[in-house]
Design a protein around this ligand. Structure first.
Ligand SMILES: Cc1cc2nc3c(=O)[nH]c(=O)nc-3n(C[C@H](O)[C@H](O)[C@H](O)COP(=O)(O)OP(=O)(O)OC[C@H]3O[C@@H](n4cnc5c(N)ncnc54)[C@H](O)[C@@H]3O)c2cc1C
Length: 370
């Protein structure tokens, strides 16, 4: 039997982040069912940091992590963890009337977001077909996140601080007796506090603990990697206003996504050929770049609560069970702020982190099963 102060279920960016901050004062064991951390959603993201994303709450939480991304501690190889990317939003013919609404929604949070001419959009990304750009906006403050360095830094910090990450350890049962959790994952693990950072499986982990009724739905999202067109390395990330296509430079390729949201059971997600074809078809209509070859394709699960807000904090029915789930399409960019917050739910230290407290207060996070 292995004893710890805290058991974290899930070795994605959320579980590792929470373990990283907690390991400074607690003995933590992270249990991950796969043979390596970040195998699921955390290893399949678009790696973007976008303040004007999803909701004002998510925006505030993303902004609250900025100083960590800019100046991470010594365990992190890359400094800063962000590199400039820029974001170009394109209104295709028929949706140009909605650009004003988009700007009104996000300009209060994104001071450098502004409308630009179609000609300027074409200069920024020359493969765009001029007739497909009815209106456009540009925000220079979008960044690429070095997700690998973030995850490896969290991982290194956990180990250096004397905590552990155990892979191939799928949690199959758990119970609470006295003031401790007893968890079976190949071996028996025991700790007074448990953090559920199981991503797409978070509802199932709630069920194992007898904490039913937290409706988290995994939604599949597809990605395709094309060879990088000439000159593409410096292009911004390009998104349609209708949220039905984005593409962005990614290493030596160009990543596209049809921004699909197909309900899925928790699983090792794989791309559906229809979604791949839809992404390519739309990309070919929007640009003058024919797709002749795919470098790779993949899919990942983005898991949402019905109101698309994260499910964070102690379960009101069992406060020793802490949720860190429902991170949808923003779990990486909110990770420094939310992981630190989740760690503080355990240590119950307050008032030391005004930046995060302010963002949490602004976000009105739902408590699980409230
Ligand atoms: C295509 C795509 C693009 C995205 N783009 C962005 C982006 O640009 N920016 C951004 O911030 N976010 C983005 N996201 C979202 C982001 O990837 C997720 O919000 C984030 O990775 C969630 O992290 P997690 O740790 O909760 O989940 P995961 O990384 O899935 O980790 C959960 C872990 O729990 C483990 N687990 C589950 N059940 C058990 C069990 N019983 N026992 C042991 N272990 C278990 C799983 O194996 C898994 O490794 C994107 C997602 C996708 C799919």
């Amino acid at each position: 039997m292995i004893e710890a102060d805290v058991i974290v279920i899930g070795g994605g960016v959320c579980g590792l982040g929470a373990a990283y901050f907690l390991s400074q004062t607690r003995r933590v064991v992270v249990l991950e069912q796969e043979s390596q951390p970040a195998y699921h959603s955390s290893g399949r993201s678009a790696a973007l940091y976008i303040i004007g994303y999803e909701s004002p709450e998510v925006s505030a939480l993303t902004a609250a992590g900025r100083s960590f991304f800019d100046d991470p501690p010594g365990e992190f190889d890359a400094r800063p963890l962000l590199s400039p990317r820029g974001g170009l939003t394109i209104a295709e013919p028929g949706s140009e009337d909605q650009l004003g609404q988009f700007l009104a929604r996000w300009q209060p949070h994104c001071p450098n977001l502004s409308a630009i001419s179609s000609a300027e959009a074409g200069e920024r990304v020359p493969i765009l077909r001029p007739e497909r750009i009815a209106a456009a906006a540009f925000d220079p403050d979008w960044y690429s996140i070095d997700v690998h360095a973030l995850v490896m830094g969290y991982r290194r910090g956990v180990m250096r601080q004397g905590s552990s990450i155990t892979c191939n350890a799928r949690v199959t049962t758990m119970s609470r007796t006295g003031d401790r959790w007893w968890v079976e994952a190949g071996e028996t693990y025991s700790a007074p506090i448990l953090i559920n950072a199981a991503g797409a499986w978070a509802s199932n982990i709630g069920d194992l603990a007898g904490l039913h009724g937290v409706p988290l739905q995994p939604l599949r999202r597809t990605a395709v990697l094309l060879p990088l067109p000439k000159g593409g390395a410096t292009w911004p990330s390009v998104h349609t206003l209708n949220e039905d296509l984005y593409f962005k430079p990614e290493g030596n390729g160009l990543m596209l996504s049809p921004e699909d949201e197909t309900s899925s059971a928790p699983c090792d997600a794989a791309p559906d050929e229809v979604d791949v074809a839809r992404a390519i078809d739309h990309f070919e209509r929007l640009t003058n770049e024919p797709v002749v070859k795919l470098q790779s394709k993949w899919a990942g699960l983005r898991t949402f609560a019905p109101d698309r807000r994260p499910v964070i904090g102690p379960d009101p029915r069992e406060p020793a069970f802490i949720w860190y789930a429902g991170l949808g399409g923003f779990g990486v960019q909110t990770s420094p702020a939310l992981a630190r917050y989740v760690a503080r739910c355990v240590t119950q230290s307050g008032g030391q982190d005004e930046e995060v407290d302010a963002a949490i207060a602004a976000s009105r996070l739902i408590a699980a099963a409230e």
